[in-house]
Design a protein around this ligand. Structure first.
Ligand SMILES: C[S@@+](CC[C@H](N)C(=O)[O-])C[C@H]1O[C@@H](n2cnc3c(N)ncnc32)[C@H](O)[C@@H]1O
Length: 194
C-alpha cells in the first residue's frame, strides 16, 4: 500500500528503527471502500518535515515522561494554527499501541486508527498535558487536506505557543483508561502463578 517513507530529511533525534513518513501509510487491513472514504480518489500529498517543531529529550526529573522525548515549539506559533499532521499506519485491525489515535468510525461501525508506533512523523512525540501543565496548549483536530484526504493534525489552542514551549495535547480520558487497564492487567498477570 502507498506511503511516503524515507530515510532522507529525518528531523534531529529521529529514533533509529522507526520509519519517517511524509504521508499516511495505509495497511492492508483497510478495505477499499474505507480507503476511498478516507483518502478520496487522489494520491496522498507529501508533507515535508515540520519546521515549527523540534523533537527533544526530556531531562527535567519531575516531568512524568523524563528520559523520553517530547515535541517543542521552534518559534512562536499563533493561536488556532495548524502545526503538523499526525502521520502513521492507517489501520482497521486491533492494536495495543501507545501511539494509536482514532481517525474515524465508519457508518458500518468499523474503527479506523492511525498508529505511529513503527512509522510516523514528528507528531508521534507529542505528550499529554497531565502532570505537566494545568491544561493542554494544543489539540488534535480532524480535517481534510487539499487533496481531500482525512487526517488528524495538531493545532495550537486559544493562546499562542512560545518558542521553546512543550506542545501538550489531551490524549483523552479513554486513552488513559485503556492504559491504566493494561497496567492493572499486567500487574495481575505478574502476580498470578503459572
Ligand atoms: C505518543 S507517545 C509520546 C512520545 C513519547 N514521550 C516518546 O518519547 O516516544 C505516548 C507516551 O508518552 C508518555 N507520556 C506522554 N504524556 C505523558 C504524561 N502526561 N504522563 C506520563 N507519560 C506520558 C507515555 O509513556 C506514553 O505512553
Amino acid at each position: 500500500m502507498s506511503s511516503g517513507s524515507s530515510k532522507m530529511n529525518t528531523p534531529a533525534h529521529w529514533p533509529p528503527g522507526i520509519s519517517y513518513l511524509s504521508s499516511p501509510s495505509y495497511t492492508l487491513s483497510v478495505p477499499p471502500h474505507i480507503l476511498t472514504e478516507i483518502r478520496g480518489s487522489k494520491p496522498s500529498l507529501h508533507t515535508p518535515p515540520c519546521n515549527l517543531v523540534s523533537i527533544r529529550r526530556i531531562t527535567a526529573p519531575n516531568h512524568p515522561a523524563a528520559g523520553q522525548y517530547g515535541l517543542f515549539a521552534n518559534r512562536t506559533i499563533p493561536p488556532h494554527s495548524h502545526i503538523c499532521d499526525y502521520l502513521g499506519e492507517v489501520h482497521c485491525d486491533d492494536r495495543n499501541s501507545d501511539y494509536d489515535l482514532s481517525l474515524l468510525r465508519t457508518r458500518d461501525g468499523t474503527n479506523v486508527g492511525v498508529d505511529a508506533n513503527r512509522k510516523g512523523n514528528e507528531a508521534r512525540f507529542v505528550n499529554d498535558y497531565r502532570s505537566i501543565q494545568a491544561k493542554p496548549n494544543a489539540i488534535f483536530k480532524e480535517g481534510r487536506t487539499t487533496s481531500g484526504e482525512l487526517r488528524i493534525s495538531i493545532w495550537s489552542g486559544a493562546s499562542k505557543l512560545r518558542k521553546g514551549e512543550e506542545i501538550l495535547v489531551s490524549y483523552g480520558k479513554s486513552w488513559w483508561k485503556a492504559r491504566h487497564a493494561d497496567v492493572s492487567e499486567e500487574a495481575t498477570q505478574s502476580r498470578t502463578p503459572e
